[in-house]
Write a protein that binds this ligand. Structure first.
Ligand code: AMP
Ligand code: ZN
Length: 666
């Protein structure tokens, strides 16, 4: 073997190993920085030596492959669905049916598992290499999404230990709640309509054509079943342990029990505990443990007789649909909102529910006056899950989605592939104009102290604020006569606006509210182009070559910057002295900080939290928001959160006070 090939192979092996330690065991032994360094080295060598290519190289994780049409492929072993129960009595009846087949005296053990609410997947491995990933489809054939699946870090591309030469493994691809909320927060700051729930978002992510976009979605995969001939195990529980030893992520929550009573204890335990899981489950799956017994029991047309899903009830109430109204967002996205006869769900009164989009209304076939079923889960806004058709009157008052903007009367548009309707009258539609100003002053953008969203509405209605540029023209005398405006608050407001002129370029750029330009993209653009002039001159191609900027974002930036009204706005903001040039901060790497992850918590004497974070980044560290095994240091000020503290202590992560932090810099 040539030395270069050896080098490539050893890098691949090391990266597979580190990936496993990080994502499966949650016990990394090198820093992110070192990991990235090894990966870059491998990427470079692979680019220089395409003759040593490997379709399962760790470099596949970043994606890049594009699938235009997903091929449909038959499953070697059908992917069944599961029968459902909702009570202990039904579970006991199930056991009775089983015993009719296996004999009254049969000893039956059960594996209890969580029922993950995601997308089921079947993975095929040959000689320890992932060769195919299929969706469930209709159970007999599914779509080939291999390229996208390879980007999911919890799915091994190469197995460890002993493995059968050829087998399939099934599991569920999920989007954990933290990732889901993060994606929605990003959508919100972009003024885009929100994703409905983690399951749909996971399923949509897997069907993206560009795998490098899939790589950015924080998807995970839990495995729960082996399929194949001559498997080296004889029970479900052993199969789980075997899968774990091969390097798969198998949840520790699975439990082997020996009676239906014990199954029911498991169910009760998780009914309570599921609320603190970092992902959503919709029930428990109970499986007869012994493969011999499973074989004896067999399958119905749709589901195995040896398994049963116990589904948790979510509280559902029925109430009357009074009206449907339409909200217009900052970007013109239209969201239908159901107005309901007030009703109490889990202790809170619910009057409204989101209907998401036109398809959702169509699917429910809604009519005004319908009795609808409403559900509320976790922090998510209540949703309508169904209609009671038996309570429907004779009058046909079907809810038809509006054709024109309720605020400005423009004809609504819906682009192909988009779920949402849009009002495109960006500059004339009042909620869009107000929304743009509110976005500009928001905490993540210009963060103008003394000015809130309500005041923006008031000033807009008074004709004092037609665009963000007008903020810098406001005078005390104009505002004082308005209702609820005291001398002191007006001074604060004017001071706040004045101070905002010091905000960095990236905040200003983000504040402009260009479609698809979120905080991160704004930062990248500023770093790359350094000034608004350079950005205005950049071509579409140049923009696309910037890290993390795709065609969709690039087009949106070019469109925005070429629009005469926007050019005028930017010129005005320039004349008021806002920052349109990137200040370069010297990065002054420090050994103790380089590649390390910090969590900052509490209040400090000599630093604002923002300054402290800046300093850490300047010294080469990175700041993350939550404590995990991957955190290197916690910098704690006054009043650090008790749960953070507990977690840090249990993970033995060093906690630095301000003084200790300062000496780390020495
Ligand atoms: P259903 O879609 O309600 O028929 O439920 C069957 C689906 O539950 C399967 O296709 C899997 O995608 C999913 N599932 C989630 N967790 C498990 C588990 N631990 N064992 C088996 N199936 C599971
Ligand atoms: Zn409009």
């Amino acid at each position: 073997m040539r030395p270069i090939e050896e080098k490539i192979n050893s890098l691949r092996e090391a990266l597979h190993e580190h990936n496993h330690r990080y994502y499966i065991e949650d016990k990394p032994i090198i820093s992110d920085y070192e990991f990235d360094h090894l990966l870059k080295e491998l990427q470079k060598l692979e680019a220089e030596h395409p003759e040593f290519g490997d379709i399962n190289s760790p470099t596949q994780r970043v994606g890049g492959g594009v699938t235009k049409n997903f091929k449909t492929i038959p499953h070697r072993f059908p992917m069944y669905s599961l029968s459902n129960t909702y009570s202990k009595e039904e579970l006991e009846l199930w056991e009775e049916r089983i015993k009719k087949v296996l004999g009254e005296e049969a000893e039956i053990s059960y594996t209890c598992e969580l029922k993950f609410d995601g997308v089921s997947i079947s993975l095929t491995y040959e000689n320890g290499q992932l060769i195919q990933a299929l969706t469930r489809g209709d159970g007999t054939q599914g779509d080939d999404i291999t390229t996208n699946v390879k980007t999911i870090n919890t799915i091994p591309l190469k197995l460890q230990g002993d493995y059968p030469p050829f087998f399939e493994i099934r599991g569920e691809i999920i989007l954990p709640l933290e990732g889901f909320y993060k994606m929605n927060a990003e959508r919100e700051s972009l003024g885009e309509p929100l994703y409905m729930n983690p399951r749909n978002t996971a399923s949509g992510s897997l069907k993206l054509q560009d795998s490098s976009l899939v790589a950015k979605r924080p998807l995970q995969c839990f495995l729960y079943a082996l399929a194949g001939e001559k498997l080296p195990v004889s029970s479900q529980f052993e199969a789980l342990e075997k899968a774990r030893s091969m390097g798969f992520k198998v949840p520790e929550s699975a439990k082997l029990v020996h009676s239906i009573d014990a199954v029911f204890q498991y169910i009760q335990y998780w009914d309570d505990q599921r609320k603190s899981l970092p992902y959503e489950i919709d029930g428990i799956v109970v499986k007869v443990n012994s493969f011999n017994q499973q074989q004896e029991l067999g399958f119905t047309a749709k589901a195995p007789r040896w398994a049963m899903a116990y589904k948790y009830q979510t509280e559902q109430v029925s109430t009357v649909l009074r009206d449907v109204q339409y909200q217009v967002g900052r970007t013109g996205a239209i969201t239908p909102v159901a107005h309901l006869e007030p009703v109490i769900i889990s202790g809170t009164t619910v009057k409204r529910a989101s209907l998401h989009n036109a398809d959702q209304i169509e699917k429910l076939n809604l009519r005004l006056g319908d009795m609808v079923f409403v559900e509320k889960g976790g922090e998510i806004i209540p949703k309508i899950v169904g209609v009671d058709p038996s309570k429907r009157g004779v009058i046909d008052n079907k809810v038809d989605f509006i054709t024109h903007c309720p605020e400005c009367g423009s004809l609504l548009e819906r682009e192909s592939g988009e779920a949402q309707h849009y009002c495109k009258n960006e500059t004339g539609c009042p909620p869009q104009r107000i929304g743009k100003i509110q976005h500009f002053i928001g905490r993540k953008a210009m963060d103008i102290e003394g000015l809130g969203g309500e005041t923006v509405v008031l000033l807009f209605q008074q004709g004092l604020l037609n665009s963000v540029a007008d903020l810098y023209r406001l005078e005390k005398e104009q505002i004082l006569p308005l209702e609820r405006m005291a001398e002191k608050s007006v001074s604060n407001l004017i001071d706040g606006i004045e101070k905002s002129k010091e905000k960095p370029f990236s905040k200003v750029l983000f504040g402009l509210g260009i479609r698809f330009v979120g905080e991160t993209v704004a930062k990248k653009l500023c770093k790359q182009f350094k000034s608004i002039q350079a950005l205005q001159q950049a071509s579409l191609e140049e923009l696309i070559q910037t890290e993390d900027i795709g065609e969709r974002i690039a087009e949106s930036v070019v469109n925005y910057l070429n629009n005469p009204q926007n050019i005028e706005l930017i010129n005005q903001l320039l004349s008021f002295g806002l920052n349109f040039v990137e200040e370069t901060i010297e990065r002054n790497s420090h050994e103790a900080f380089e590649g390390k992850r910090f969590v900052v918590s509490g209040v400090f004497q000599n630093y604002s939290r923002e300054d402290l974070k800046k300093e850490i980044e300047m010294l080469g560290g990175s700041v993350v928001s939550s404590v995990s095994a991957k955190t290197d240091f916690i910098v704690a000020g006054e009043g650090m959160g008790p749960s953070k503290k507990k977690k840090a202590e249990s993970l033995k992560i060093p906690i630095l006070n301000e003084e200790a932090f300062n000496s780390l810099k020495k």
